[in-house]
Design a protein around this ligand. Structure first.
Ligand SMILES: *[C@@H]1O[C@H](CO)[C@@H](O)[C@H](O)[C@H]1NC(C)=O
Ligand SMILES: *[C@@H]1O[C@H](CO)[C@@H](O)[C@H](O)[C@H]1NC(C)=O
Ligand SMILES: *[C@@H]1O[C@H](CO)[C@@H](O)[C@H](O)[C@H]1NC(C)=O
Ligand SMILES: *[C@@H]1O[C@H](CO)[C@@H](O)[C@H](O)[C@H]1NC(C)=O
Ligand SMILES: *[C@@H]1O[C@H](CO)[C@@H](O)[C@H](O)[C@H]1NC(C)=O
Length: 373
């Protein structure tokens, strides 16, 4: 017996850890109805085995009913209030505020609070279900939709711009106007911002991490965001769970405007980042091929001319040396001969490093001097 109790407690404790929230659904789905209309509340949530007992609360106080279905027949003002429910293995549901009205016209909605991306249906409903024509829907007293026949209008994807107070007017026997309903649209995540891992501008050849940064504002179990990266008309990465994209080696052609998108799995919310300008600088300015070819040709020519001139001058010098020697041996003093020879040798040394033009000049002068003497 003791063991059985312990086992039961352990099972209960285990279940407690992942208790889900019960959920109330309405039938018909509207959170406000006219007096004398019928409405049924359903409670969904996990039950204890063999016990479908459900607890209901109105304005925080439990009341008798133990079935998952709570029916209000011919609603009265006293049924107005905040309803919650709880099943055996759930925590109490979020409250549903039910309003019972006495009027000619009623703007009905399925909920007063939405998460962006969810649809919002507005129903301009007449007392005793009387048909209503030429319906006008208003947001913050500004008409935004005229509907001659249909008294229902659906905003397919709500966004923050749909926050406000709504009402409707329509023709029955007269033109009637409904009371206002306050609608709140909550943001699920912030619009992303695209960031680069390196400060801009960047140099060619570097690795760049781009990240699509956003922030979740509401807790949603199992919520998964998907990220896409774009540049120009190109998609770099499409719908990936990773919020990062790598440019392995940045090239000058990678320069341009980049942006990213964050979306929910069903695509009901798509948010785009502002553009980020990526500028990739080259390491050096490239020179055209023809420039290289011309440059090496010119260097080659200079070298060739240089060599030929050198050979010619060398031969000339050899001849001159012999000639000088013959003259001085014949008539001049010995001192002169040695000095000439020394100068010539000096000239030959210089030949190795002098510019051809300068050399030519020097040699020309020398030979003139030699001739004069
Ligand atoms: C509410 O339900 C009852 C039957 O339970 C029905 O007779 C009555 O017409 C319904 N009222 C409305 C407004 O639909
Ligand atoms: C529940 O509270 C609302 C105000 O929050 C009140 O108008 C309503 O009468 C209450 N309902 C009951 C049954 O006490
Ligand atoms: C079902 O569970 C509730 C508590 O959630 C309890 O009060 C009730 O006695 C249980 N009924 C049965 C038949 O076990
Ligand atoms: C880029 O991201 C990778 C991992 O995704 C990381 O290893 C690397 O250090 C990052 N580089 C820079 C420059 O931030
Ligand atoms: C998502 O990104 C990761 C790394 O950034 C990559 O390995 C993976 O292949 C991508 N998946 C798809 C479907 O593109």
């Amino acid at each position: 017996m003791w063991l059985l109790t312990a086992l039961l407690l352990w099972v209960l404790a285990g279940a407690q850890a992942d208790l889900t929230k019960a959920v109330i659904t309405l039938q018909p789905p509207w959170v406000s109805v006219f007096q004398e209309e019928n409405i049924t509340l359903w409670c969904e949530g996990p039950h204890l085995p063999g016990n479908s007992s459900t607890r209901w609360f109105l304005n925080g106080t439990a009341f008798q009913t133990l079935t998952p279905r709570y029916r209000i027949a011919a609603a009265s003002v006293s049924d107005t209030g905040e309803y919650r429910c709880q099943t055996g293995l759930s925590v109490p549901s979020d409250p549903v505020r039910l309003e019972i009205h006495r009027d000619w016209l009623l703007l009905q909605v399925q909920s007063r609070v939405f998460t962006e991306g969810e649809p919002l249906t507005l129903r301009c409903h007449g007392w005793k279900n009387k048909p209503v024509y030429n319906v006008v829907f208003y947001q913050n007293d500004k008409a935004f939709k005229f509907s001659p026949q249909n008294s229902e209008f659906t905003i397919l994807k709500t966004s923050l711009s749909h926050n406000g107070i709504y009402h409707c007017s329509g023709m029955g026997r007269h033109r009637y106007t409904s009371p206002g309903v306050s609608i709140t649209v909550k943001e699920l995540f912030l619009a992303p911002v695209l960031k680069a891992s390196l400060s801009l501008p960047l140099l060619e050849g570097h690795l760049v991490n781009l990240s699509c940064e956003t922030k979740l504002l509401l807790q949603r179990p199992g919520l998964q965001l998907y990220f896409s990266f774009y540049t120009g008309s190109k998609t770099l990465m499409s719908r990936n769970t990773s919020s990062g994209y790598q440019i392995l080696t940045a090239k000058r052609e990678d320069s341009g405007l980049y942006w990213c998108e964050a979306t929910t799995e069903d695509g009901s919310i798509v948010k785009r980042s502002p553009e980020l300008e990526l500028q990739v600088l080259g390491l050096q300015t490239p020179t055209p091929v023809w420039f290289h070819i011309l440059f090496y040709l010119a260097v080659g020519m200079v070298f060739l001319v240089d060599t030929i001139l050198c050979m010619i001058i060398h031969k000339e010098l050899q001849k001159q040396k012999q000639w000088n020697l013959e003259i001085s041996l014949g008539s001049g003093p010995k001192k002169n001969v040695t000095s000439y020879l020394q100068e010539d040798r000096y000239l030959e040394e210089e030949l190795k490093c002098q510019e051809p033009e300068q050399l030519q000049e020097r040699i020309h002068q020398k030979s003139l001097e030699g001739g004069q003497q």
